[in-house]
Write a protein that binds this ligand. Structure first.
Ligand code: ADP
Ligand code: F6P
Length: 324
């Protein structure tokens, strides 16, 4: 080890996710239990550049494990995508004595971590996003809470859709990734699940499916549409015109990002936050934490960002088969 880490910074970046507070709590307490000093950085990389930094003690994270959102707040910061912004960020770290930094966020945030690492600040990424779209890990903090929140909302929509014998299109989050849509679609027994990775923009297939299902005796029709496909309201109008079946669209939106984290999210966040601190204490940098096949693992950020995550063909095929 070149130099022992004395002060660990922690920030949350990109979209918030339930469980981020549990991850912050883990970083703070694990680091302090190892004799380190911890500094919390507000509002992601923007707060780093603005020097919104303060000491964190174990009591600063009391009563937070059950809270949604992030007590450190989060932001998107265009300036940090420039070399100038990154150099400034590294300078601020040095000014505050931060020699190791835990970044809780998605793969955009990892690029910032990668840049800081190249500038001499030891960085570790922790996967925090409801989208599950980070390839180097089987799990990302926030996904379980988000899918359960969405599933409960969809169950309610299903009740009214069934009562009125309507078609319902429910739009769930996932701009580039269909994991939320797939899991919610399967779990709510949706007739159609539209994923950014799979959708062929063939609305006629959906229309044909609705008409065929009516003939088979199905009295209502549930479509889960991922945000990446979007246009749920206009899609509903076209489907109603083509099928004669009353069709309503509901966009679940940001409610999916909030709320008290599930046990799974609290547990994963607690382990991943702690593991990130352990890596820093071992002198590691430019790494991301993950879980693969039940093991806590870490990868080089450069390699992690090259990896691709696909929707499972088997899961997609099963989703089609179960909707007959
Ligand atoms: P997420 O981390 O959830 O994927 P974003 O993609 O919005 O969310 O990224 C969060 C922040 O990470 C950005 O606002 C920016 O500050 C930083 N970031 C994203 N891409 C880069 C990049 N190429 N270089 C440096 N920083 C980046
Ligand atoms: O990363 C989670 C996510 O909810 C995506 O599914 C969505 O596309 C994005 O965040 C929207 O974030 P915002 O509107 O805050 O930029």
């Amino acid at each position: 080890m070149d130099k022992e880490i004395k002060t660990i910074g922690v920030l949350t970046s990109g979209g918030d996710a339930p469980g981020m507070n549990a991850a912050i709590r883990a970083v703070v307490r694990r680091a302090i239990s190892k004799g380190k000093t911890v500094k919390g950085i507000q509002k992601g990389y923007q707060g780093l550049l603005n020097e919104e930094i303060s000491d964190m003690e174990p009591r600063n994270v009391s009563d937070t494990i059950q809270r949604g959102g992030t007590i450190l707040r989060t932001a998107r910061c265009e300036e940090f995508k420039t070399l100038e912004g990154q150099k400034k960020g590294a300078e601020v770290c040095r000014k505050f004595g931060i020699d190791g930094l835990v970044i809780i966020g998605g793969d955009g945030s990892y690029r910032g971590a990668q840049a800081l690492s190249k500038l001499g600040i030891n960085t570790i990424g922790v996967p925090g996003t409801i989208d599950l779209d980070i390839a180097c890990t089987d799990y990302t903090i926030g996904f379980d809470t988000a899918i359960n929140t969405a599933m409960q909302a969809i169950d309610k929509i299903r009740d009214t859709s069934s009562s009125h014998e309507r078609c319902s299109i429910v739009e769930v989050m996932g701009r580039n990734a269909g994991f939320i849509a797939l899991w919610c679609g399967v779990s709510t027994g949706a007739e159609d699940i539209l994923l950014p990775e799979k959708y062929q923009y063939n609305e006629q297939e959906i229309i044909d499916n609705i008409i065929a299902n009516r003939k088979k005796g199905k009295t209502f029709h549930l479509i889960i549409n991922a945000e990446g496909i979007g246009h749920s309201t206009s899609m509903a109008r076209r489907i109603e015109a083509a099928t004669g079946v009353e069709t309503r669209a509901t966009i679940l939106g940001y409610m999916q990002r909030g709320g008290s984290p599930t046990c799974k999210d609290r547990f994963y966040a607690s382990m991943m936050g702690s593991y990130a601190v352990d890596l820093l204490c071992e002198g590691k940098t430019n790494r991301v934490v993950g879980q693969k096949h039940g093991e806590w693992v870490d990868f080089d950020i450069d390699e992690a960002l090259e990896m691709q995550k696909q929707i499972s063909e088997y899961e997609y095929e099963v989703s089609r088969a179960l909707s007959i």
